[in-house]
Design a protein around this ligand. Structure first.
Ligand code: G3I
Length: 359
């Protein structure tokens, strides 16, 4: 009797030791399961427990820099490029042979201060956008699986976001950025995909429709290259879109000829500590999102926006909120990580159910 109980437990323990989330994602036909990381800036680089998990190639097959590839780091003075922090991140990724999503080229945050203090003509600002795109894509070359070329350019109500780029150039900065990216990868013969990345477009609605019309269809109508749409997926416990609506949304984008990816997943609690009911709901929310990607052919992979609560962006942006990622450090930074078992199992099972289905 005992043997019957112990054997399956033994088998599952061996499987847990042999396979991680990325292994299951790949066996389910996905390109990767990955995590973003605030490296080498931030304290995580000095946390050996965090780094051991970041370097676990069973769980992760892809990474994204949460900060250091952004414009603010790369062009501190106009025309003076410095990719050294981004290069450090690339070395960390390459040591694990991680696929790199490169993030991002043009965004209304974390761009250099000199852009705000210059009195721009439209042509001068467009020229600066062109140079940022061309120099950066050229520098990183084929290291990047893709670039988030323009990030978060649309408001929740479906209008263009007011930013220095929009205010000076209108929507032209968007077409100029993609045209320049397209020309650069063609000239250099690179194999780099061009993405648009945004939040609140993970379910059908005003904003998703606006991105489909104003970004995807608009670029494609002008024969400008756009290969993918990144669905950020910064969700809240209990307010995460259903599996069905996320799948419908992925299909809507796919019908326009782009792939999709979940690019910045976390599911946060609005207050701490969580009740048991909130923890259960969080597992359901993670399952809904990962399953939607696992079951949608157009969704090529999922990226967590960091995997450990200690280094998640949420507590510093939304004070008092958090518990958003699948791991935590009960003893704080520089102490062993603990996985949130229910979330981890939900991620593994979501992929496991798809193995052999061809999705
Ligand atoms: O580099 C400075 C450091 O010198 C200073 O001492 C420190 C003090 O606060 O701040 C450091 O800069 C911080 C930077 O992250 C690097 O750690 C900024 O204050 C902080 O605002 C910035 O936050 C980043 C945020 O983008 C900026 O809006 C988050 O780490 C990053 O995770 C977040 O990522 C974005 C995606 O790029 C796009 N989608 C939304 C997502 C979450 O906001």
């Amino acid at each position: 009797m005992k043997v019957y109980i112990i054997l399956p437990m033994f088998a599952s323990a061996i499987l847990t030791a042999l396979y991680g989330i990325d292994d299951y994602a790949k066996r389910a036909g996905k390109m990767y399961f990955g995590t973003a990381a605030n490296l080498p800036t931030g304290g995580a680089i000095n946390d050996k427990y965090y780094m051991a998990h970041f370097n676990n190639t069973q769980n992760f097959g892809q990474t994204t820099a949460t900060n250091v590839m952004k414009w603010i780091y790369a062009e501190p003075e106009r025309g003076v490029f410095d990719f050294s922090l981004g290069d450090d991140f690339v070395r960390l990724a390459e040591a694990n042979e991680y696929i790199l999503r490169c993030h991002n080229l043009i965004w209304h945050e974390q761009y250099p201060g000199w852009i705000d203090t210059t009195d721009w003509t439209k042509n001068a600002l467009l020229e600066v956008v062109r140079r940022r795109v061309k120099e950066t894509i050229t520098h990183y070359g084929d290291i990047c699986y893709c670039w988030d070329v323009v990030n978060e350019a649309i408001n929740d109500d479906g209008t263009y976001r007011q930013s220095i780029f929009y205010n000076v150039t209108g929507p032209e900065y968007i077409t100029v950025a993609y045209k320049t990216a397209q020309r650069t990868i063609a000239e250099l013969g690179l194999n780099v995909k061009l993405y648009y990345n945004d939040y609140n477009i993970e379910y059908p609605g005003t904003k998703a429709t606006a991105v489909q019309e104003m970004i995807v269809k608009s670029l494609k109508k002008s024969n400008i290259q756009l290969d993918g749409v990144g669905l950020e997926s910064h969700f809240i416990i209990g307010e995460t879109p259903s599996m069905a609506s996320q799948m419908q949304n992925m299909a809507d984008f796919a019908s326009l000829g782009v792939e999709t990816a979940i690019t910045e997943l976390d599911v946060r609690a609005l207050s701490l500590p969580l009740t048991q009911a909130q923890k259960t709901q969080q597992i359901i929310d993670y399952n809904n999102t990962i399953s939607a990607c696992a079951m949608s052919k157009s969704c090529i992979g999922t990226t967590l926006w960091d995997f450990d609560d200690t280094y998640s962006w949420i507590p510093s942006t939304y004070v008092g909120e958090g518990y958003a990622t699948p791991w935590y450090q009960p003893g704080g930074a520089n102490t062993p990580l603990k996985k949130k078992r229910g979330i981890y199992a939900a991620l593994v099972n979501a992929f496991n159910r798809q193995i052999g289905t061809g999705k």
